[in-house]
Design a binder for this molecule. Structure first.
Ligand code: C5P
Length: 317
């Protein structure tokens, strides 16, 4: 096989609690992550050169080393020099459908797809755990994006406990194209404002992270009850992002007030906002109504749903 095309789904956070600081400068988190069927398509193929090349016609996607997909390929080249000598460089083509810098793990899921794709392309035989460990060195969300579905994520987001996968819960997702929120900025600002509430000692940090397992959100997920899940949505980063970005706050309020919406919340560090709905039909109705209320063409709206998987192989040639 010389080419693989992979489907790389986005994620939303159903729950994001910032627990404390970590010695590595990151935050200790307790999250529940959920894959959705909004996905990029990634092709990886042997290119007969010694180079890694990124192709993507989306203007906001970097084609250089700042792209996580590039960095993951570079990491694999460094880790597996014999395979590189045998197969040479790769072309990575990204068909971008997930909004960029949106809090939807768009870059991380592309990196996860390159990991899965190069593992196949170069016959590396790496297990899912090994792929997750490699991915974690590049970004906290990359490990989740590999297997996807529904999972508790602790540590800095890379320690995963899979949950019973949710599917067919529909939502409307909105993102202003021109609005980008820097994740480092969101966490840094949160630290500046709320450091006094951080749990300080390691034992209490671990206990708080562990408590999510028995928390109300996980119980709601186990029951597959969309209304209960909607009631338990939580994202600490809203506390810093919503006051700074009034457009995001307004979008969240408009979505939450629509008939048929169970609850609305920002995903990750934003600025995308999702609104869980009673049904697909309701979600489509809500999207039309929001479009009427906010006619700004900069606002992208999608109807999407929860899915039980991460990276999937679409085709191989
Ligand atoms: O891991 P990733 O590169 O996705 O994280 C982006 C940034 O978000 C980090 O550089 C850090 O500033 C912040 N972050 C954090 N704690 C985490 C995850 C991310 O402070 N657990």
């Amino acid at each position: 096989m010389r080419s693989y095309t992979l489907i790389a789904p986005a994620k939303i956070n159903l729950y994001l609690e910032i627990i404390g600081d970590r010695p590595d400068g990151y935050h200790s988190l307790a999250m529940v992550l959920q894959s959705i069927d909004l996905a990029d398509h990634i092709n990886v193929q042997v290119n007969g050169t010694d180079d890694i090349r990124i192709r993507c016609d989306h203007p906001q996607v970097p084609k250089d080393k700042t792209n996580l997909a590039y960095r993951v390929a570079e990491l694999i080249v460094a880790e597996f020099p014999n395979a590189f000598a045998q197969y040479g460089g790769v072309d990575i083509t990204i068909d971008k459908r997930i909004p960029v810098a949106a809090g939807l793990a768009g870059g991380s899921t592309n990196a996860a797809a390159v990991l899965v794709g190069m593992n196949l392309l170069w016959n590396l035989g790496l297990t899912q755990t090994e792929l997750e460990e490699l991915g974690a060195t590049l970004g906290s969300d990359v490990p989740f994006c590999i297997a996807g579905g529904t999972a508790i994520a602790t540590g800095r987001g890379e320690q995963l406990s899979p949950l019973l996968g949710l599917d067919n819960i529909y939502m409307v997702l909105g993102k202003y194209r021109s609005l980008e929120v820097s994740t480092p900025w969101a966490y840094k600002t949160y630290r500046q404002q709320y450091v006094r509430s951080y749990i300080k000692d390691a034992e209490s940090l671990a206990a708080r992270a562990g408590a999510v397992n028995s928390g109300a959100m996980v119980k709601a997920i186990q029951k597959k009850d969309a209304l209960l899940i909607a009631q338990e949505l939580h994202n600490d980063l809203e506390r810093v992002v919503l006051p700074t970005y009034p457009q995001v706050l307004q979008l969240r309020e408009v979505l939450a007030s629509e008939k048929g919406v169970l609850a609305a919340m920002m995903s990750g560090s934003g600025p995308s906002v999702f609104a869980l709905c009673e049904s697909q039909q309701q979600a489509e109705q809500v999207m039309l109504q929001v479009r009427e209320k906010i006619p700004n063409p900069d606002l992208e709206l999608f109807v999407t749903r929860m899915i039980t998987h991460g990276i999937q192989i679409a085709s191989s040639v």
